[in-house]
Design a protein around this ligand. Structure first.
Ligand code: RNT
Ligand code: ZN
Length: 416
C-alpha cells in the first residue's frame, strides 16, 4: 500500500495525516546524552561505578569514553531519527580544557561551550540537569544531608546549573528545562522522615533563589518511589515533589518519570490530572520492568497511551516538555537510543492520527469507542510513519539498522 492509499483510509475516519505529519515535525523531544556512555560523564574517574540510586547493567562494547566519541555517536543517532530533537545534558558532561577541571559547585558556562557549538551547528536546543550522584560528596544524601557543608556544596552546584541553563537558553534561543533529581534516600527504615524533607525543600528554595528568567530556564523537580540501595525511603517522593512544584508554580514545574511509580500506576493517567493544575509539566519517558530499570522505550501500550494523553491534552502546543531517560548498556547503544527515540515519535504520530472520540464518550457510546479503537489497530500506520520519515529526511523502518551495524564495525568495535 502507498502513502496515498493509507492517507485515504485515515481520511475516511476524518483524520488528516498530512496535518499530523506537519505538526509532529516541529515538536521538540529531548535526546538524553547519557545513553551513549552508561551515565558516566566526563568529570569523575570513569573506573568508579555509578552511584546514587541509579544503575546501568551490561557491558556491550563501544561505550563512548570522550566528548568526541559521544558527539560522533550522537550524530549517527540524530541522522537516524525523524522529528525535532533537542539535546539533554547532565552537569557531569562538562568538557574541561587541559588542567581546567572544576568540581560540581564551581562549574561554569564555559565548560559547556563545546556543547553549545555542537548544538548550534545542528540547530538544536539543549536541556540540562544538575548531577547529584556519582561523586564523592554524594553518599546517600545530597541536598537533604544533615551536614550543612555538604548541603551547601550541592546547593552551589544547583545554582551553578541555573547559570549554565541560562547560558544554554540564551545561546541556543530555546528554553532550557533544568531538572532537579536526587537519589537522596535510605536503605532502611528511617528514624526521621521529616528532617531530610524539610532540608530538601529549603535547599531547592535556595537553588531557585539564584536569579533566572522563567521564560528561559524551566526548573523541574522529579520525584521517585525508590532506588536500588535506597529501598526504604526516598526524600523526593511523589507527594513531596508535586507539592513543591504546586506551591512554587511561578518558578518550578513538576517532572514525572514513568519509571518512578508503583508498577500499577500509569503516567498516562497522571498527565491530565497535573495539567488541570499546572500550565506546564515535564516528562521523562522510559520503560520500567518491575522497577525503574530504564529499559529502551518500546512501542508498547503505555507508551501509546502516554502519547495519546499528551496529544489529547494539547501537550504538543508546549505544555508538556518531553525527554527520554533510559540507559541500556547490554545492547548496541546507538541502536538503543534510536529505537527509543523513534518509538516516541511513532507513538506521538499514532496519537495524532487517532480520531478524537470525545463526543462518543460524552454520549456514553462506549460500544462504538471500543469498536473503533480496536479497528484502528489494523490501520496502515506504517505507511504514514514511513512518509513522516521521508519528509524529515530520516530513514524509514527497515532502512537504518545497516548504518548502525556498519558504524559498530568501523568505529565502536575499535574502542577497546
Ligand atoms: C533517575 C532519574 C534521573 C536520571 C537521569 C540520569 O532515576 O530518572 O532522571 O535517570 O537524570
Ligand atoms: Zn528520570
Amino acid at each position: 500500500m502507498s502513502y496515498v492509499e493509507a492517507k485515504a483510509k485515515y481520511a475516511a475516519l476524518g483524520v488528516d495525516t498530512d496535518a499530523a505529519i506537519a505538526k509532529l515535525r516541529n515538536v521538540p523531544v529531548a535526546l538524553h546524552c547519557w545513553q551513549g556512555d552508561d551515565v558516566r560523564g566526563f568529570d569523575t574517574d570513569p573506573s568508579k561505578p555509578l552511584t546514587g540510586g541509579i544503575q546501568t547493567t551490561g557491558n556491550y562494547p563501544g561505550r563512548a569514553r570522550t566528548p568526541e566519541e559521544l558527539m560522533a555517536d550522537l550524530d549517527v543517532v540524530l541522522k537516524l531519527c525523524p522529528g525535532t530533537k533537542k539535546m539533554n545534558l547532565h552537569a557531569s558532561y562538562a568538557i574541561f580544557e587541559d588542567g581546567d577541571w572544576a568540581d560540581r559547585d564551581k562549574l561554569e558556562p564555559k565548560h559547556f561551550k563545546k556543547w553549545v557549538d555542537f548544538c548550534k551547528e545542528r540547530g538544536l536546543g539543549c536541556d540540562f540537569n544538575p548531577t547529584f550522584f556519582s561523586h564523592p560528596k554524594a553518599n546517600g544524601l545530597t541536598l537533604s544531608h544533615p551536614d550543612p557543608e555538604i548541603r551547601k556544596f550541592w546547593i552551589d552546584h544547583g545554582k551553578a546549573c541555573i547559570r549554565i541553563s541560562t547560558y544554554l537558553a540564551e545561546e541556543l534561543g530555546q528554553p532550557c528545562i533544568m531538572n532537579i533529581w536526587t537519589g537522596d534516600g535510605f536503605k532502611d527504615i528511617p528514624a526521621d522522615r521529616m528532617g531530610p524533607r524539610v532540608r530538601y525543600k529549603e535547599a531547592i528554595d535556595e537553588i531557585l533563589s539564584e536569579p533566572f528568567d522563567f521564560n528561559k530556564v524551566k526548573p523541574c523537580v522529579e520525584s521517585k518511589v525508590f532506588g536500588i540501595g535506597v529501598e526504604a525511603y526516598t526524600v523526593g517522593s511523589a507527594e513531596f515533589s508535586l507539592s513543591y512544584a504546586a506551591v512554587n508554580k511561578d518558578r518550578c514545574i513538576p517532572l514525572m518519570d514513568n519509571g518512578h511509580y508503583h508498577p500499577t500506576e500509569v503516567v498516562s493517567d497522571k498527565i491530565p490530572a497535573l495539567l488541570a493544575f499546572f500550565p506546564e509539566i515535564a516528562l521523562h519517558i522510559t520503560r520500567p520492568i518491575r522497577w525503574d530499570s530504564d529499559h529502551v522505550v518500546l512501542l508498547d501500550d503505555e507508551t501509546k497511551e502516554l502519547c495519546k494523553e499528551i496529544v489529547r491534552c494539547g501537550g504538543l502546543e508546549g505544555s508538556v516538555k518531553m525527554a527520554l531517560d533510559y540507559f541500556d548498556a547490554s545492547i548496541n547503544r546507538i541502536s538503543a537510543w534510536t529505537v527509543g527515540f523513534r518509538n516516541v515519535q511513532k507513538a506521538l504520530l499514532m496519537a495524532l492520527i487517532t480520531p478524537d472520540l470525545t463526543a462518543m464518550q460524552n454520549e456514553s457510546n462506549w460500544t462504538e469507542i471500543m469498536v473503533i479503537s480496536e479497528e484502528l489497530k489494523t490501520m496502515p500506520f506504517g505507511e504514514i510513519w514511513n512518509e513522516y520519515c521521508r519528509q524529515c529526511g530520516a530513514p524509514e523502518d527497515g532502512q537504518w539498522f545497516a548504518t548502525v551495524k556498519a558504524y559498530e564495525e568501523e568505529v565502536l568495535a575499535k574502542r577497546v
